[in-house]
Design a protein around this ligand. Sequence first.
Ligand SMILES: *Cc1c(COP(=O)(O)O)cnc(C)c1O
Length: 396
Amino acid sequence: MTKDNSNWKSRTKAVHSGTRRSQYGEVSEAIFMTQGFVYETAEAAEARFVQLGEDEFIYARYGNPTVAMFEDRIAAIEGTEDAFACASGMAAVNGALVSMLRAGDHVVSAKALFGSCLYILEEILGRYGVDVTFVDGTDLDQWKAAIRPDTKAVFFESVSNPALEVIDMKSVSDLAHAVGALVVVDNVFSTPVFSRATELGADVIVYSTTKHIDGQGRALGGVVLGSKEFIRGTLEPYMKHTGAAMSPFTAWIMLKGLETLDLRVRAQAATAAAIAKALEGHPKLERVVYPGSPSHPQYDLCQAQMGSGGTMVAYEIKGGRDAAFRFMNALEICTISNNLGDAKTIVTHPATTTHQRLPQEQKDHLGITYGLIRMSAGLEDAQDLIDDVLRGLDAV
Ligand SMILES: *Cc1c(COP(=O)(O)O)cnc(C)c1O
């Protein structure tokens, strides 16, 4: 029924995998904007509730043909057996963790996390009796010391936000697997294009599809990828009964986003690299952080793990908050916002926005200074962007 060939390369999968054509033979994937499905007879309804057949649907909170096309396509690209799409990246992170954990379980997590991820690990899991140990994700000795024989899961972002630290996925996975713990990776900054997560040992991979997969700032979405056993046995019962389903319309946006993902992300990464190179050594900057620059402390790890520095650059402007704000306000092309992975280049001031609520001590620890700018490279002309950033720095 669905179109797939495991020998296809990633870009072919991104265009064709998971396609389900209706009787009309449409070229572009159909949006099945329906919450429910009709049964020919009462017996057929009963049978479907007893045992859901291949490519059968009951209710859109459980599954929908457009959503299934997206799930099958991204699973094919990522190289996992299955995927479950949901309403947002946070629904995906919450579902992946809460569906597998019980009171009394132990989790080890990197501490450099997206704010809402930190809330789930610090607040929510603790409230339900899960014990979480936080470590500096780049320090393997801390992972080694924190992982216990009874550890159920480890959690980290493959590249941290906004400091752009790279976590050694293979080494952390080996430590976790030695005690039978599941490796759960929030892989947003790697993107499916540069991800080798399954190969490096991740068991459960999470994306906020709001970022690069949509890539045009239109819709919230999330997806959890993993083995059939995890996705259908552990995650699906939790997700389908708690309601964070992806809308069919959103699934269609994400499905079409996958078709151009590789082209967009590679172009954005090339632009990020060009911006980092143009800014390196600029007299008004304290430092430039780009995992694809040889000056990055984890350059070798990043090359081995992603083969690219990704689409994000960070830089610290001398002069703190005032200088950073003057810089941002002088930009003519770059947009001030807090999304990332978008076609539009976006600058963010983490210390006063996305990471505002972190205590000062934690900001210091994560390198979130008041001069720090996080930049998501878009699809504009790279030289125009470099000129814009240099114009901004002139205003400082
Ligand atoms: C944006 C983001 C999320 C949350 O995704 P939403 O779609 O906004 O819910 C989680 N983790 C990382 C690393 C992110 O960048």
